[in-house]
Design a protein around this ligand. Structure first.
Ligand code: AMP
Ligand code: GLY
Length: 422
């Protein structure tokens, strides 16, 4: 069948890499894609939320499956758009309905869902401009640090963790006053959870599910997890400290109630659930849901999946996921992100990238890249992810770093300590 992937990051190049290997894939399209996807698929210059243009493409190219990478089109209802259209409704869309996507689109909604279904999470209250005073009074009852979350999508910047009470009260006022625009008209104030983070990924058809490999990402720009938050600077899968006992708790208390909760609420959900967790002592608690795969977690999770991804997606679409077998490569996978100097603040684009062809024993996934005058050049903050495998995750990281030595672009930056805390 012909398949379309939406997005342009390292996540989407990794999807393209796996889907291109499937015996079920004939022609693969990526909209808009990057220089990496262009090598294995056909890039089409359409934005991920331009539903009408995507419809035209799907009909013209006889596309039977659409795999949605980022959250924006999901939150805007791409699944519902396809299902409501006579000509498109048979197309398999891998991603939740608009209602399902509210688990990521609204932090308040996600918290209400967790409470309704008994899923362990941090205690919270939510506030609007009308209840600012109550919000500030609530902060006074908490211990620092204070966790403030913009309710809506804020490009990964909407969570503030603040030590000082007065500063937290001021920030709350700023957020409710429109600091993140519409996204912060409601703010969730949450109990701070002290522990180590990990992510669990679930593929579901809305009733049945498969738990995919776990991963841990490194979100801060600086060594030792310091400095500004980024989309992610590296990742490791599996997470070495997740043993069977912890995984059982995660499945029984979090994954199963989440999927059952979706079914009970009659929410159509055929896609990924990315569950961000903090392990507090030995207890896993949910800090967030995302309704898509993570980036760069995808660059370590998908390469470990040995089963045919398109076959799994077909089963997701048809509601027959329980019949499928998920085969996983037991080795560890690690990835290190190369980013543009200045990221996550201002950075330049258009820098020529050299050395990609000389990489051995690692996989280069393109993120913010494009082609210009026959050369691969930088086109975003996060530029390339270098993924490696080994039985020992430390050896896998070494391989990524050895290959990074061969790669170059002006003002290239990366963290040299991915996995330092494991
Ligand atoms: P989120 O966008 O909800 O994933 O939050 C971004 C980051 O803030 C998370 O990856 C955590 O590092 C941190 N965080 C969010 N909520 C909490 C919490 N309740 N306690 C401690 N850290 C948190
Ligand atoms: N790496 C975190 C995310 O994709 O949200």
């Amino acid at each position: 069948m012909n398949i379309l992937i939406l997005g342009s990051g390292g996540r989407e190049h990794t999807f393209a890499y796996k889907i291109a290997q499937s015996k079920h894939c004939d022609t693969l399209f990526v909209a808009p894609g990057n220089a990496g996807t262009a090598q294995i698929a056909t890039n089409v210059a359409i934005g991920v939320t331009d539903f009408e243009a995507l419809k035209t493409l799907v009909l013209k190219e006889h596309i039977e499956m659409v795999v949605v990478g980022p959250e924006d089109p999901l939150v805007q209802g791409i699944y519902d758009f396809f299902k409501a259209d006579e000509q498109l409704k048979k197309v398999a869309v891998i991603g939740p309905s608009k209602e399902g996507a509210t688990l990521e689109g609204s932090k308040e909604r996600a918290k209400e869902f967790m409470i309704a279904h008994g899923i362990p999470t941090a205690a919270y209250e939510s506030f609007t401009e009308a209840t600012l005073k109550e919000g500030q009074a609530f902060l006074e009852t908490l211990q620092p640090p204070y966790v403030l979350k913009a309710d809506g999508l804020a490009a990964g910047k909407g969570v503030l963790i603040i030590q000082d009470l007065e500063e937290a009260k001021e920030e709350l006022a700023k957020m409710l006053g429109g600091k993140f625009g519409e996204a912060s008209t409601t703010v969730v104030i949450e109990e701070f959870l002290d522990g180590i983070e990990l992510s669990v990924f679930v593929l579901t058809d809305g009733k049945n599910y498969k738990i995919l490999p776990t991963a841990k990402d490194y979100k801060r720009i600086g060594e030792g997890d310091t400095g500004l938050n980024t989309g992610g600077m590296g990742a490791i899968s599996p997470v070495p400290f997740v043993d069977e006992a912890l995984m059982k708790k995660i499945e029984d208390r979090i994954v199963k109630p989440t999927i059952d909760g979706l079914a009970k609420e009659n929410i159509e959900y055929k896609g990924f659930v990315f569950i961000g967790l903090i392990k507090v002592g030995d207890e896993p608690k949910v800090i967030e849901y995302n309704v898509r795969m993570g980036d760069p977690e995808t660059e370590v999770v998908l390469p470990r999946i040995q089963s045919d991804l398109v076959q799994l997606f077909q089963a997701v679409s048809e509601g027959t996921l329980s019949r499928e077998i998920l085969e996983i490569d037991e080795r560890s996978a690690t990835t290190v992100m190369l980013v543009s100097g200045g990221y996550p603040e201002a950075y330049e684009k258009g820098k020529v990238i050299t050395g990609i062809d000389t990489v051995e024993d690692s996989i280069v996934f393109h993120a913010g890249t494009t082609t210009k005058d026959g050369a691969v050049v930088t086109n975003g903050g996060r530029v390339i992810a270098v993924t490696s495998f080994d039985n020992d995750f430390k050896e896998a990281i070494k391989k990524s770093y050895q290959n990074i030595e061969k790669l170059h672009f002006d003002r290239m930056y990366y963290r040299t300590d991915i996995g330092f805390d494991l």
